[in-house]
Ligand binder design. Sequence first.
Ligand code: FAD
Length: 405
Amino acid sequence: MRAVDHPSDLVIVGASLAGLRAATVLRAEGYTGRLTIVGAEPYAPYDRPPLSKQFLTAPAPADTGLPVPEGLRARWLLGRPAVRLCPFKRVVTLAQGTRLYYDGLLIATGAAARSGVLPGEPGPRQGVFTLRGRDDAAALRAQLVPGRKLLVVGAGFLGGEVAAAGRALGLDVTLVEAGAVPLERAVGTEVGAFMAMLHREAGIDLRTGATVAEFRTGPDGRLTGARLSDGRTVAADVAVLALGAVPATGWLAGSGIEAAGGVPCDNRLRALFPDGQPVPGVVAAGDAARVPQRLADGAAWNLGHWAGAADQGAAAARTLLRGDAAPVFDEVPSFWSDLHGVRLRSVGLPGLADTVEVHECDREARRLEVSYHRGGRLVGALTIGRTSRLAAYRRTLADAIPQLA
Ligand SMILES: Cc1cc2nc3c(=O)[nH]c(=O)nc-3n(C[C@H](O)[C@H](O)[C@H](O)COP(=O)(O)OP(=O)(O)OC[C@H]3O[C@@H](n4cnc5c(N)ncnc54)[C@H](O)[C@@H]3O)c2cc1C
């Protein structure tokens, strides 16, 4: 195995948020060698959050391209998915057979929408969509015609936003959720009940405690609706499966990295083999990575949020450049969601909490402030319509918890 003190050939696989942020930091912090960015999609980096929000509702589809700094001097290989990694020879193979040798590699391949998890579901069918990329959003947008019936399966953040967008566009919307309230596991029943109220006030038919048992189609193969697990039926012209995302790490099969739940990383974003040894020269970031969280006493989490992907991309770049001398990654996670005209924001890891404290819950003014605690210690906070309150929580989370060694 070659040890590389001064890398001169860096490869980034994944041409999106984490990958672009890493490339930007590499150049800003003095890297002058060769930089290759590989992307499965044929597009320059673009932003995903607008795809479930204004991209769907604006009169014309918005350009969500991420700004690429001048002087990045990267070789872009777009529309060319990586299919294999051999970490011992330090080579990435692309679908067309091209082999890229590297001194340092960033894995930033993000995630894919979870689909086809419905019992008995034969696979993709007409009128049933998932939403992860620009092509998905464009296809869905074309179907969101006022007066149509939209069925959204899964009332997480993405499902909630798509349902809200559908409603804003004048569709009849049914939102089906397996839990007792939306988002219960992620942010607790208090916030879930508040979200349920927002959905219902907007005129969405929210059905909780149910899943889709089967989709129904007419003789022409077009979607007509679904039968739910509780026996009720829903009429639908369009359905969106919003069932979460899975790390897009299938291409690492055979590399020795066990990455089904995200590439396991140490606290400098170095990818790890199952025995805990770093994969030589390889770092990972963003939705493809599983990264130690100091709020969780160093346990590794696959977060799937914008800010984490951007911050990790930057941190991974510093590790490629400086190795052990790079700072430890310990940003406090954060997340936002926009729907029904309000902004939800969270910091920390609400999912860790054993106790939730509600500081304000004003349904009329649509304002909510809650904090999350575990063993008496603050682990997160969430606001709706109260963004200014979060800065103090963030400071407490950043200061009070011991840094990872
Ligand atoms: C519709 C939508 C709305 C969202 N809204 C919010 C929000 O409101 N707030 C928030 O905090 N977060 C939100 N997110 C999450 C946020 O967008 C992601 O956390 C972020 O995009 C992750 O960035 P990434 O670079 O790690 O991965 P991605 O953005 O997924 O990019 C990975 C890239 O790698 C490419 N790729 C995959 N496999 C390969 C391969 N084998 N070879 C080469 N390239 C490959 C993909 O095509 C993709 O371009 C949203 C996500 C979606 C999909």
